[in-house]
Design a protein around this ligand. Structure first.
Ligand code: ADP
Ligand code: MG
Length: 343
């Protein structure tokens, strides 16, 4: 089957945010669903929850529990936090296996599956490369060639050993390190969504562009997710209309530094050790946020051709890609569901 893509040129950068929801027009007295919102800053980003329920008290209690669950998981899965599962695994590299929480095993297994799927373009052992670039620290800089070469030798997801029975993880080479930054946020958003009470009619979570939508708004309208220009909040390039599901965006504009006029960002091609340069933004639509999050990073590294081929091979997954010249491409599954804004 030949697949046709619509191509539109745009000159904006992309981020995802929810369009201001229209106020409900349905005024049904006693059990009226109301919109409750709360924002907390963690996972290095702003996390918003929008929650529909007749009772403000039920809503706020539940929202607090959702945040608590997500923050618990962040502590386990963070690479930097001392005492986190990841930190302990990394510290014990080359020495011994480390017992960890079942959640860590699950996310790591999933990350290894995305590594297989992308032949290593996505690699949860990419941390040594992130470290020589200084991403996550205060002084990122272009590393020396020898430093890059040394770090690249430590990146190999095939070497990760998981012992399901013992619930332990072992990195066999000293200096090897795990980083789940390309997948954990999506997983955590899914877990936050799952921990919401059933009595809510709808929940919208947005963790810096990793979005999970469950249930319908009381007005019955579809949700509208805008893919936005982060440098210019008045502009966006596309609106995705959806009933439920997840959206995640990876871009070169949020976490980067500049050296001698060149922009270097935090999504690394493990084969070159350099930031992946072909795309400037990837938005993935999927049924769960972990998949959308991981695939947005995968496709960012793979580039347009291989990225689109991968998306088309996966059921229930769609994507909008913008290359570094501003050209926009989206997959057939989004036809009729996405509105491209050009000006
Ligand atoms: P953001 O964190 O800005 O939402 P992404 O979801 O695309 O963006 O994740 C980027 C993160 O993924 C990086 O900060 C890093 O932790 C991790 N990462 C970078 N390159 C790779 C790679 N090739 N494979 C797996 N993870 C990566
Ligand atoms: Mg991602």
């Amino acid at each position: 089957m030949k697949i046709k893509y619509r191509v539109v040129t745009v000159y904006v950068l992309v981020a995802a945010l929810m369009l201001p929801a229209l106020t409900s027009l349905m005024g049904c007295a006693a059990q009226e669903e109301k919109k409750h919102t709360r924002t907390v800053f963690f996972m290095d980003t702003q996390v918003d929850i929008t929650y529909y329920h007749p009772s403000a008290q039920v809503a706020q209690t539940d929202i607090a529990e959702m945040f608590a669950e997500m923050q618990r998981l962040e502590k386990i899965l963070s690479r930097e936090a001392t005492g986190s599962d990841l930190h302990r695994i990394n510290e014990a590299a080359g020495r011994e296996a480390v017992e960890v929480n079942p959640e860590t095993i699950f996310v790591l297994r999933s990350a290894l599956e995305f590594a297989e799927l992308s032949d290593g373009a996505f690699d949860p052992t990419v941390a040594p490369l992130l470290e020589v670039w200084g991403f996550g620290g205060d002084f990122p800089a272009v590393p020396a060639q020898e430093e890059l070469a040394r770090a690249r030798e430590l990146v190999n997801y095939r070497l990760v050993e998981i012992d399901e029975e013992k619930g332990s993880v072992f990195l066999p080479v000293p200096g090897m390190r795990l980083d789940l930054g390309g997948i954990a946020k999506g997983y955590i958003v899914d877990r936050g969504q799952e921990s919401a009470q059933e009595s809510t009619s709808a929940v919208f979570i947005n963790a810096g562009g990793d979005i999970s939508i469950k249930g319908r708004k009381p007005s019955g309208e579809d949700w509208r997710v805008a893919v936005q220009d982060p440098d210019n909040p008045d502009r966006f390039l596309a609106i995705i209309t959806m009933e439920e599901g997840s959206v995640a965006t990876s871009g070169d504009y949020q976490r980067f530094f500049e050296e001698e006029g060149q922009r270097y960002h935090h999504i690394i091609n493990p084969f070159t050790g350099m930031p992946a340069y072909e795309l400037s933004s990837v938005t993935v639509v999927a049924t769960d946020t972990m998949t959308a999050d991981a695939l947005s990073t995968v496709i960012f590294v793979l580039g347009v051709e291989k990225g689109l081929a991968l998306v088309e091979s996966l059921p229930g997954v769609d994507a909008i890609l913008m290359d570094n010249s501003g050209e926009l491409v989206y997959t057939n599954g989004l036809e009729g569901q996405v509105e491209i804004m050009t000006d």
